[in-house]
Design a protein around this ligand. Sequence first.
Ligand code: M3P
Ligand code: FE
Length: 304
Amino acid sequence: MGILRLAHVDVRTPDLDLSAAYYSEVMGLQQVLRTDDTAYFKCWDEEDHHSLRMRYHPRTGLDSFTFRVEAEDDLHDFEKRVEAYGCPTTRVSRGEAVGQGESLRFEVPSGQVMELVWDLEKTGGLLGKHNPAPVPPPDLPGIAPPRIDHLLVNAEEVAEAATFFTEVLGLRITEQVLDGNGHQLGVWLAGRTNSPHDIAIVNGPNGALHHWAYWLDDWDQIRKAADTLAYNGVQIDQGPTRHGVTRGNTIYFFDPLGIRNEVFTGGYWVDPDSEIITWTEHEFGKGLFYYENVVSQRFLRMHT
Ligand code: M3P
Ligand code: FE
């Protein structure tokens, strides 16, 4: 039983055409389905139906984020565990959501809607499984990341959210930031991946989305992403730089409706029994952005 990995992020946009153009042409995702009010996107190396759903709504925001579980029966077990913790759950039946079967939804203690699913429609990656090329076609537009990597949500009570994610959902903390009294200000959590984070939770308003991130293969791709963003007049938030936390290389930027995106590479390999890395609030400037060593207020305060 367990939570495997991030499957998709579902967000709202007041300008679906503008958002769809940006995620197709600048981020370089594949638009797999477009209806009147919703667009579905995936990265070129992803096998599931989609990793991003954008639907029209007058207000920008996070609808939900979805993690895949290891086995079909896990939904039943997680339903009991989440309910026992005190969070009501609902079942979404097969046929109600595009690209997946039955799922379990609930509000996490920090107010975001989380969904667990096992049955994802596998539509395959761009390279296929028969004598695949190691790289995608060279003419893909935009940044064209191979896959989604992680998301970061805010929580007023980080420790409470962290307890839920570790004790109820079974994720592992890889890194944490503690204030002078030993209270958690941020936690980075891994599912069954060897990544330093599939989700992170940092102090901020309940219900908020700070960003989600796509994986890129190396630092040179981050540099190229910066060129693509600047060329397209996209507002860059931070970087290109390096995180102390996760050790990853990164650049943050805003989509046309002000949702923060990140592209990320590097980081270290986490073993299932790796010990937690702890940062003090005093040194968190380096943890956040190792070269700059500043805790940028725009970065911490702005969210969706
Ligand atoms: C990351 C990351 C904050 C830290 C963000 C860190 C918002 O996005 O990928 O490690 O404090
Ligand atoms: Fe991140």
